[in-house]
Design a protein around this ligand. Structure first.
Ligand SMILES: [Zn+2]
Length: 437
């Protein structure tokens, strides 16, 4: 099928200026051409004129956990380690799979409604892979593992995780890649991180890890002290100070490299920022989650100075309150300007670049999605600009939109299914039937 989408604004997000008006030609799920006058020279193609809209690449959510939608707003004022203890699906407090699957479906639909076409999601259950497949989104689902709870039997259990990854990859469409995610350096010992590095060398699957999210993580790693160390000891785990920072631990394990996505990176030095940036690893900046969990503020200016592959992530709606990518982007712009005491610290355009092209590069999918460019997949959104007044800056105007303004959301040129109401009802019904242990 060949369709030319036309609108008052087309933003390629590839470094070029917006086309006003502009057109995007989509054929067989791919972008064929972007620019002006395309329909005039191709009268055989179907034309969809969206009028006063902005067409742009869909957003890339560089770090999420859609499995956790059911825990949204369940507890207030928890620090990360308290959150992990109270809300996290740990041994003995994991909801039934049926419930997690419905939770993931609602989370996926909320992403789509928000203009997100591609996710990098960490999922312990694997339900997120089926959820984004069903809804029609693209993404990488990193199968999450907690190395410490595997105990001495970790090699056999790790092999089972790899088997599950293979099984999941076979069960879902080609839009979805299954990767692996050792949760963090404080829940997976060195031996498990090394096994992950070996896996990477053997089968080259994408990997993601939460890294340097809190100051407590650095304290845990360097000295074996602080609230995370205390929490791990209270659960019966051994805590041995390594004398290294979280970034050093990851580097020693051989996991600072391309196709590795580091979520958070809040508490790191400028030298470590340099190291991460030159390693080719991607970084997921989760501004609202870091703020609500009291974790801190991502060193945006340091990463920008090193031209790191950086995207924006919502984390789960159980830490950011709700999946609203526009709110996430606005919060990022506001907090970095406030921190720097400089309104020029980051522009609306730079935020939108991070949310599209930057996110795709961070998760290793820059040659697939994140820009309107010939040859990339047709992952496209259109935003209603009906309320836009003459003289508005187009990038600021887009940043001020909301999910209700997303009037078109395509992956591979096909509309994604974003029925939030039905999925909210389904999840609410199931939650009333189940008791979460
Ligand atoms: Zn996370």
């Amino acid at each position: 099928m060949s369709v030319i989408y036309k609108a008052d604004y087309v933003l390629p997000m590839d470094g070029s200026d917006p086309h006003t008006p502009g057109e995007v030609w989509v054929e067989s799920g791919k972008i064929i051409r972007v620019g002006q006058g395309i329909s005039a020279t191709n009268p055989q193609a179907q034309v969809k004129n969206l009028g006063k809209c902005a067409i742009m690449p869909g957003f890339v959510n560089a770090h999420s956990h859609i499995d956790y939608t059911l825990s949204r707003n369940s507890h207030d004022a928890l620090n990360l380690w308290q959150w992990l203890h109270r809300v996290g699906f740990r041994k003995g407090q994991t909801p039934d799979y049926e419930l997690i699957a419905a939770s993931a479906r609602l989370g996926a639909a909320e992403c789509a409604r928000s203009g997100i076409t591609c996710l990098a999601d960490c999922s312990f259950s694997g339900a997120a892979a089926y959820a984004i497949d069903e809804i029609g989104l693209r993404g990488i689902i990193y199968k999450e593992l907690f190395g410490q709870s595997m105990g001495a039997d970790y090699k056999r259990q790790f092999a089972l995780v790899l088997e599950e990854i293979r099984r999941l990859q076979e069960a879902v469409s080609g839009r979805i890649s299954i990767g692996i995610s050792p949760h963090s350096i404080y829940t997976s010992a060195k031996e498990v991180l090394s096994l992950c590095a070996k896996t990477y060398a053997d089968i080259n699957i994408p990997l993601s890890i939460h890294l340097a999210e809190t100051g407590a993580e650095t304290q845990f790693a360097l000295h074996g002290t602080g609230p995370i160390a205390d929490w791990r000891r209270s659960l019966g785990y051994e805590v041995n100070p390594s004398g290294c920072t979280p970034v050093q631990i990851l580097e020693d394990a051989g996991l600072l490299r391309e196709n590795v996505l580091l979520a958070h990176c809040v508490h790191i030095t400028d030298a470590e920022v340099k190291k991460i940036s030159s390693s080719g690893a991607g970084v997921a900046h989760c501004p609202r989650s870091n703020a609500y969990l009291g974790a801190g503020i991502f060193p945006f200016s340091s990463f920008r100075a090193e031209d790191a592959r950086t995207g924006i992530g919502t984390d789960s709606s159980a830490t950011c309150l709700r999946i609203d990518f526009f709110e996430e982007m606005r919060f990022a712009a506001a907090i970095h300007r406030a921190k720097a005491q400089d309104a020029q610290a980051v522009s609306a355009k730079e935020i939108l670049e991070m949310a599209t092209k930057g996110g795709a590069a961070a998760i290793g999918m820059g040659d697939v999605t994140g820009q309107l460019k010939r040859g990339l997949r047709a992952d496209i959104i259109a935003l209603d600009l009906g309320a836009m007044l003459p003289g508005e800056d187009i990038y600021m105007s887009i940043l001020s939109r909301s999910p209700a303004d997303v009037i078109l959301c395509l992956v591979d040129g096909l509309a994604v299914d974003e029925d939030i109401d039905a999925r909210t009802q389904e999840l609410a019904y199931l939650m009333e039937q189940h008791t979460i242990a």
